[in-house]
Write a protein that binds this ligand. Structure first.
Ligand code: SAM
Ligand code: SF4
Ligand code: SF4
Length: 387
């Protein structure tokens, strides 16, 4: 255990496996294994999947009320968001992120809620941009935003060390977009945010469009046409059954294959190979050289077999799958005084035991057998763990 830079194993400082009564989602404090798991950058889960990607939710609040994520009927003025004291501090987030990097994480995405609402987010970016992979390379640091505050913050984020941004935009038509965000936010301001991000050097920018049949699928072609001949990579995301609030119905999912067919009929497309294993989007390029698009087929084509993503909630719970029903409470370990090696060992064990593959089970009808159908405990919401 010596020489790993994480201090020495110092047992019994933190009690093991304490079920915590949580008013939001089930969680437990992970056990610190008797035999430490020192980070080697080579951690794999029970299905052989490495840990490469960490998504950190920095706030559960948002100024939009997208119907597929935070529908107004549920997230109304009486909804109780997390109190300030529950949030991980920037120092706590950075400490955890450093341990995840030591275990093999190469990419960190800040998300939420709306991450630009978190006060002082630039300072967190600055702290995280100093992290390195075990072989000394900088961590790929990015952020997903609705862009409502991006025009104001792009330059400061870039100066703090952010490399890229992904912007969510569900329509170009102003009326359709205002309906999608449900707070009457104009599309022009999002476009200004994208321009500011480009000027600041936060590219190549990705734009994510969640496609909901009957709500914004009429915007597929206008969005494609708008972002052709730009450096922006537009990605179409299938509307997912995350959480328990959005009233998801399969008939509102427009399969990616149909998105591709519609675009291909107007602007012929050619498939592109994946950039790296575990990539969520399937890539396509326009035959006439006008750029690249992607589709994320979370519903119709499960990609669990190489899912290398972990998610850290705003209050420091580790979730191993977007459809998880329980988290692993790292904050209690952190605030209980666990050493770096204890923390890393606890995280290591949780990942080694991971067997989540919700979308594959949904596709093969195996959810009930795994206890993940509608009888399962409440599923975690997207605004709480991030996308
Ligand atoms: N507020 C930021 C934003 O919208 O970019 C970051 C957080 S948001 C939860 C992250 C991503 O999740 C967004 O691109 C959003 O469109 C996507 N998302 C939210 N709910 C979804 C759902 N039910 N199905 C598919 N994507 C969803
Ligand atoms: Fe907010 Fe993003 Fe969810 Fe929309 S998708 S409600 S912008 S967190
Ligand atoms: Fe990963 Fe879970 Fe999505 Fe499968 S369902 S790809 S395991 S987050």
């Amino acid at each position: 255990m010596r020489g790993n830079g994480l201090g020495h194993h110092n047992p019994v400082m933190v009690k093991k496996v304490i079920p915590v009564a949580d008013r939001r989602y089930a969680s437990a404090v992970p056990a610190i294994p008797a035999r430490p798991i020192a980070p080697s950058g080579m951690l794999v889960d029970s299905l052989g999947r490495p840990l490469r990607d960490l998504r950190i939710s920095v706030t559960d609040r948002c100024n939009f009320r997208c119907s597929y994520c935070m529908p107004k009927a549920v997230f109304d003025p009486s909804y109780e968001f997390l109190p300030q004291g529950s949030l991980l501090s920037f120092e706590e987030i950075t400490r955890l992120a450093r341990l995840f990097a030591a275990h093999g994480v190469r990419k960190i995405r800040l998300t939420g809620g709306e991450p630009l609402l978190r006060k002082g987010i630039e300072e967190l970016v600055r702290l995280l941009s100093g992290l390195r992979t075990p072989d000394g390379r900088p961590i790929d640091l990015t952020l997903t935003t609705n862009a409502s505050l991006l025009a104001k913050k792009a330059q400061a984020l870039r100066d703090a060390g952010l490399q890229r941004v992904t912007v969510s935009l569900d329509a170009l038509d102003d009326a359709v977009f205002r309906r999608m965000n449900d707070v009457d936010f104009p599309v022009a301001d999002v476009l200004k945010g994208i321009e500011a991000a480009e000027r600041a050097g936060l590219g190549p920018i990705k734009v994510n469009m969640v496609v909901k049949r009957g709500s914004n699928d009429s915007e597929i072609l206008p969005m494609a046409a708008h972002f052709r001949h730009t450096n922006v990579v537009l990605r179409f995301i299938e509307y997912m059954d995350v959480g328990a609030s959005n009233g998801w119905r399969m008939d509102e999912v427009l399969p990616s294959a149909e998105v591709i067919a519609r675009i291909d009929a107007m602007f012929p497309l050619e498939p592109l190979p994946a950039n790296e294993p575990g990539e969520t989007a399937q890539r396509w390029r326009y035959g006439d050289g006008a750029g690249e698009i992607g589709v994320i087929s979370s519903v119709t084509q499960a990609f669990c077999h190489d899912c290398n993503r972990a998610r850290l909630s705003t209050e420091g719970k580790l979730f191993l799958c977007l459809f998880a029903t329980h988290g692993h409470d790292l904050r209690t370990l952190l605030r209980g005084g666990a050493s770096d090696l204890e923390m890393a060992s606890a995280i290591g064990l949780v990942w080694q035991q991971r067997g989540d593959r919700y979308s594959e089970l949904r596709a093969t009808g195996g959810l009930a057998a795994a206890g993940l159908d509608e009888t399962a405990p409440r599923r975690v919401e997207m605004h709480y763990i991030g996308g």
